[in-house]
Design a protein around this ligand. Structure first.
Ligand SMILES: Nc1ncnc2c1ncn2[C@@H]1O[C@H](COP(=O)(O)OP(=O)(O)O)[C@@H](O)[C@H]1O
Ligand SMILES: [Mg+2]
Length: 427
């Protein structure tokens, strides 16, 4: 009886530790979502402004090349041609744009790991999740191994994305930790995706590290089994992977040779619909997600007449950046309050497009949209919601219901301009 009691106590202690860890991960996820959201607003106006500056300088540069006698034709004290100076400024801005783009990708990765408390499943592209995980683990990997991707075309799997990311991240970090530091050129972590004969998706994480002794192979998925030093490993990583993967109806397998390396394979059923969350075609009723935009060329045309655009966002620097981008082509009105916007429309003002923040302190974009239904239904159809992405339950449900366009912050100038064009054209 004493032995049974000891075993029960041990099991209870393990469960408690797992719960504590799960709780901690959930709060880290919430924090990450909040941080990502806060960064998206300023990043949106950094990107929008830098894009606008790049376009203007590029056109100045073209003009100064065209006419040497114009205002830009004067020679400078240092004897450099003015156009070469403009080109330098341009390249500084392009570097800044590149930096902002990297921040945007980091924030996107953070997003993949947030929402840990949200259990909902949907079709997930495992390759995109693997890429995010590699970014997140790069500090662990860099000094130990090269990353090789062998991605076959695979259908999406039905999963909860943050949870799946947790699985892959655990496997990738374990792979890195099995490889000593310093010989990155000679070591490899290979990530692979393929389809098996049964149509399931197989994700492989292979390393050229220490490998696992045969007698340890049967225990590595046990909670608290670790071969790592005190403080370096809790021994929960693979146990968590195992429980997540089996909950998804999948399996996790391992193959290893001591001294040569290990391969972990996660087998997951493909999503039943076979449809990735591809951007919906215009007009099919689903919210349209725009982020990666069309090229600048189309947006440079000045031919179209100026349209009236209303911008509603409680972040004044963002409304200014948007107005700055649209102004040369369109006539913009900016306001920080949806209530004020509603008053303008009630007073009879009409707009060709309305860019509206989803979450605002006083009146939200959702309430604004609802009020428009009675006040001016034709204006309601011109609304594009702007959002930093950290959705509340209410906003998620709302976006699923309504047939409104959505622009994710941060967006670039080209995406903004082409979406405005699309709304203006949808008469
Ligand atoms: N890729 C790998 N190569 C060698 N050993 C591994 C690998 N992945 C896991 N292991 C072994 O499995 C054990 C348990 O892993 P895990 O559950 O992630 O816990 P932790 O990493 O905290 O030790 C590790 O301590 C290690 O001995
Ligand atoms: Mg681990």
């Amino acid at each position: 009886r004493a032995a049974r009691e000891a075993a029960a106590r041990h099991a209870l202690a393990q469960t408690q530790a797992r719960l504590v860890l799960a709780g901690r991960m959930a709060s880290v996820g919430t924090l990450a979502a909040g941080v990502a959201h806060e960064i998206n607003n300023p990043l949106a106006f950094v990107i929008t402004n830098v894009d606008a500056a790049i376009r203007r300088i590029a056109s100045l540069d073209r003009r100064s090349n065209a006419s040497r006698s114009g205002p830009w034709g004067r020679a400078h004290g240092d004897g450099r041609a003015p156009s070469s100076e403009l080109s330098e400024v341009l390249s500084l801005l392009e570097d800044a744009r590149e930096g902002a783009e990297r921040v945007r990708l980091i924030v996107r990765d953070l997003h993949t790991f947030s929402r840990a408390e949200d259990d909902r499943r949907g079709p997930v592209d495992v390759r995109r999740v693997l890429d995010s995980c590699v970014h997140m683990a790069m500090n662990e990997i860099r000094h130990r191994a090269r990353v090789v991707r062998s991605f076959d075309e695979v259908p999406p799997v039905e999963a909860n994305e943050p949870r799946l990311a947790q699985v892959f991240l655990n496997l990738i970090v374990n792979a890195a930790q099995a490889i000593p530091e310093g010989l990155a050129e000679q070591n490899e972590i290979e990530l692979s995706t393929r389809c098996d004969a049964a149509g399931q998706v197989v994700v492989g994480v292979r390393d050229t590290g220490a490998g696992i002794a045969p007698e340890a192979l049967g225990r590595i998925f046990d909670p608290f089994y670790t071969s790592k030093e005190e403080g370096e490993g809790l021994g929960l990583g693979l146990a968590i992977c195992h429980s997540i993967v089996t909950a998804l109806g999948g399996q996790i397998e391992v193959e290893s040779r001591p001294g040569e390396g290990s391969t972990f394979r996660v087998v997951l059923p493909a999503a039943r619909t076979g449809e990735a969350r591809a951007p919906a075609a215009p007009g099919d009723g689903a919210p349209r997600w725009s982020r990666e935009g069309g090229g600048l060329a189309a947006t440079e045309q000045q031919a179209a007449p100026r349209q009236r655009i209303l911008i509603i966002d409680d972040e004044p620097l963002l409304t200014r950046a948007i107005a700055g981008t649209l102004e040369p082509r369109h006539q913009t009105t900016a306001t920080a309050s949806a209530r004020d916007a509603l008053a303008r429309i009630r007073a009879g003002e009409r707009y060709d497009a309305i860019l509206c923040d989803l979450m605002m302190p006083d009146m939200t974009g959702m309430d604004f949209y609802a009020s428009l239904a009675e006040l001016a239904p034709e204006q309601q159809r011109r609304v594009v919601f702007l959002t930093g992405g950290a959705f509340t339950e209410r906003s998620k449900a709302f976006l699923q219901q309504v047939d409104a366009r959505l622009l994710l912050k941060p967006f670039d100038a080209a995406t903004l301009l082409s979406l405005v064009d699309e709304v203006v054209a949808s008469r």
